[in-house]
Design a protein around this ligand. Structure first.
Ligand SMILES: Cc1ncc(COP(=O)(O)O)c(C=O)c1O
Length: 399
């Protein structure tokens, strides 16, 4: 089952301010505005930060004497396997990359099942670099790009209908992009249900999981997607510059080595991503990142906390005249990220600026979705409930 209601004990835990105050104490935070824009990237805990610093020092001191053998041949593989274990997939199905964009672009660029005249699909809620890469396929492979505009307000039914209709109307569709959690409004896509529609028509799905990992509790191999791209710096709390690509075992033949790369054997997923020296100290820090993630309760507990914080501001904000909350309240369709719009003000960018200047709240304005410009609110693991109440007061004052 894709959506499993959160266990009551986990929900109770999400409301435990004392527990989350202890978690907040694990982070060093620069004084300044109240950050409600953790959607860009997450903070590392102090322990992760210290491990990362030690690794930078060590790699700098030991240089290639350490890296060529111990790291390249042994440690990198051990860490790779740990990541595969965490994701509960086979080590042959993942390769570590520099970020989600690199993962997704590698998949799109190297997908080898397209013929001129085929169709590929994107939606208005997909990430810009994914949209551009899919549009680039039109030029480089002669395919047609089908673009879905999601309806607003979104519901489980509208989302499913949009994809169902697009799939029915596009008989030559071979490949579609899908975003697990859209960065524009925080809408969570029912991935398993959409992937199952696609599979029934022989369409491969490339899933953008950038915002899902570490805040949604899912089994990657149960989502039913052939391909996915992730980063580790958002909700996993890893140092910047790490991500990974996933290709289901039975789809390894559907992707080519990047630009004819010959480093690896045929169908070795590591050949799919561009060659380059990675951020080795960051990679070496991953075991500590995984420990910290699990110590906080893993994705189930982290996600429940973020959704609880989100509910704290969304419930009162729904009642405010002059404020529209864009993201639905169906628990299948939201997580910690949610967008709003000031309906009596045209310029949402200006309103984000006023939230900062008049209320000390740092948020971000987003545009590009069919439902129009908005302001995205994203609490983090060091956000106390009190910050959500301050947000509601600010919305009331500015509405
Ligand atoms: C939905 C989504 N996809 C992809 C990305 C790109 O991630 P990265 O910065 O790791 O390339 C982001 C980044 O914010 C995102 O929100």
């Amino acid at each position: 089952m894709e959506y499993a209601p959160v266990h009551p004990a986990v929900l109770q835990h999400a409301r435990d301010e004392a527990f989350w105050a202890d978690i907040a104490g694990r982070y060093d935070v620069e004084p300044g505005p109240i950050n409600l824009e953790y959607g860009y990237f997450g903070r590392m805990t102090r322990e992760v930060m210290e491990a990362y610093r030690r690794n930078i020092d060590y790699v700098n001191r030991s240089n290639s004497v350490f890296v060529r053998h111990q790291f390249d041949e042994i440690d990198s593989q051990v860490i790779h396997n740990q990541l595969a274990n965490l994701m509960r997939v086979s080590p042959q199905e993942i390769a570590i990359t520099r970020c989600a964009s690199e993962s997704l672009q590698s998949l799109i660029r190297n997908y080898n099942r397209l013929q001129p005249g085929d169709q590929v699909l994107i939606s208005d809620l997909d990430y810009l670099s994914v949209q551009s890469a899919m549009r680039w396929l039109a030029k480089s492979r002669g395919v047609e790009v089908v673009e879905v505009q999601h309806r607003h307000p979104a519901s489980f039914e509208t989302v499913m209908n949009s994809y169902q209709t697009a799939l029915e109307r596009s008989p030559r569709l071979k490949l579609m992009a899908l975003t697990h959690v859209t960065h524009r409004t925080g809408l969570v896509m029912p991935v398993q249900a959409i992937a199952s529609l696609a599979k029934a028509r022989g369409i491969d799905v490339i899933l953008d999981g950038a915002h899902a990992l570490g805040q949604l509790d899912f089994r990657l191999d149960a989502l039913g997607v052939a391909f996915a791209g992730y980063n580790l710096q958002k909700w996993m709390g890893a140092p910047l510059s790490l991500g990974f690509v996933y290709v289901a075992q039975d789809h390894l033949e559907s992707v080519d080595a990047d630009m004819g790369d010959t480093r690896y054997a045929k169908n070795d997923i590591r050949a799919l991503v561009p060659y380059g020296t990675p951020n080795i100290p960051a990679w070496m820090t991953l075991p500590k990142v995984f420990d910290e993630h699990l110590a906080m309760g893993g994705s189930a507990a982290k996600g429940a906390r973020l959704s609880y914080l989100r509910d704290l501001w969304v419930k009162p904000a729904r009642k405010l005249e002059g404020v529209e909350v864009l993201t639905p309240d169906d628990p299948r369709l939201y997580c910690g990220i949610t967008a709003l719009r000031f309906t009596r003000h045209d310029d949402q960018q200006l309103m984000a600026q006023r939230l900062l200047e008049e209320h000390n709240l740092f948020t971000v304005a987003r545009e590009g979705s069919a439902c129009g410009p908005c302001i995205r609110i994203t609490p983090g693991f060091s956000t106390p409930a009190a910050h959500m109440h301050l947000l509601v007061e600010a919305l009331r004052a500015l509405a």
